[in-house]
Design a protein around this ligand. Structure first.
Ligand code: ARG
Length: 263
């Protein structure tokens, strides 16, 4: 996706600058995590996670993930939808495999992109799709605006997606999942500097890297206690030591999402 590349380049530029000032932050080549799924994790199914949606183009090529939060409403990332028109986007439910043909394919009646969105590293990275066809899959609950304590550092969060299984790898044909700890805001700020917008973002990942979302996972869920609490947004590379994944902090956008869900 164009949006994500820009986000990654922005982060990379920042990192190069930060590296000059603080060499201790820079992972040595040997510290680079071995390529693993989502990166790191296991295969799973949409039976286990029925709210997990593929977002594809009109030809069926998956490019992002999304979370069903009501029969006709899907939460995803704004950066996934920039430049897309509703007529060219499909949402696929109940399909564990990218090359599957089962499940439900819906056209998109409306794309709402957070009007404040400019670039993933500036925050506001949330969008809501209104489907033409209702999905018969159980939707996920999402955090309310007051549930800010769910992001306590060290809390286990679950990530899901069909994204690349290593930084420059290829997508996973089967849905994958992994768990990652929520990272303290202060720590994420140390990694990403001013690109980390604390009000709009939350980080998750291991200090040593190795498990992370990656390209193609964007828009998909970060679940905390089984509840949608974040949206896969950006990161410097994937699964790199010292650079956790960055997720949209859904408590900040919960009321905006609810307005779309009820619209
Ligand atoms: N922006 C990416 C996408 O569009 C997601 C990147 C997540 N990166 C990470 N290191 N967690 O799929």
């Amino acid at each position: 996706m164009f949006g994500l590349r820009r986000a990654r380049q922005t982060a990379a530029t920042l990192v190069a600058t930060a590296a000059a000032a603080a060499t201790a932050l820079v992972a040595s080549p040997t510290a680079t995590a071995a390529p693993q799924p989502i990166v790191g994790g296991t295969t799973t199914t949409t039976t286990a996670y029925p709210f997990m949606m593929q977002i594809t183009d009109a030809s069926g090529n998956q490019f992002c993930g999304g979370t069903l939060v009501a029969a006709k409403k899907v939460v995803t990332a704004a950066h996934c939808m920039v430049g897309e028109s509703a007529g060219n986007v499909r949402v696929v439910g109940g399909r564990t495999y990218l090359n599957g043909t089962n499940g439900t394919v819906s056209k998109v009646a409306k794309i709402w992109i957070n009007p404040d969105y400019t670039d993933a590293t500036n925050g506001h990275d949330v969008a809501v799709l209104t489907l033409s066809t209702a999905m018969s899959y159980t939707p996920a609950s999402y955090v309310s605006s007051s549930q800010t304590s769910v992001y306590a550092a060290g809390t286990t969060a679950r990530i899901l997606g069909w994204g690349t299984t290593s930084e420059n790898g290829s997508s996973s044909n089967q849905l994958r999942t992994a768990t990652v700890p929520v990272v303290a805001d202060s720590s994420c700020k140390s990694s990403y500097g001013s690109d980390f917008v604390q009000t709009d973002m939350v980080c998750a990942g291991y200090t040593s890297g190795g498990t992370d979302t990656c390209q193609g996972d964007s828009g998909g869920p970060l679940l905390i206690g089984g509840v949608l609490a974040g949206i896969t947004s950006w990161g410097e590379g994937c699964a790199e030591a010292g650079y956790p994944g960055v997720y949209s902090r859904l408590t900040t956008f919960s009321d905006l999402v609810t307005a779309q869900v009820n619209s």
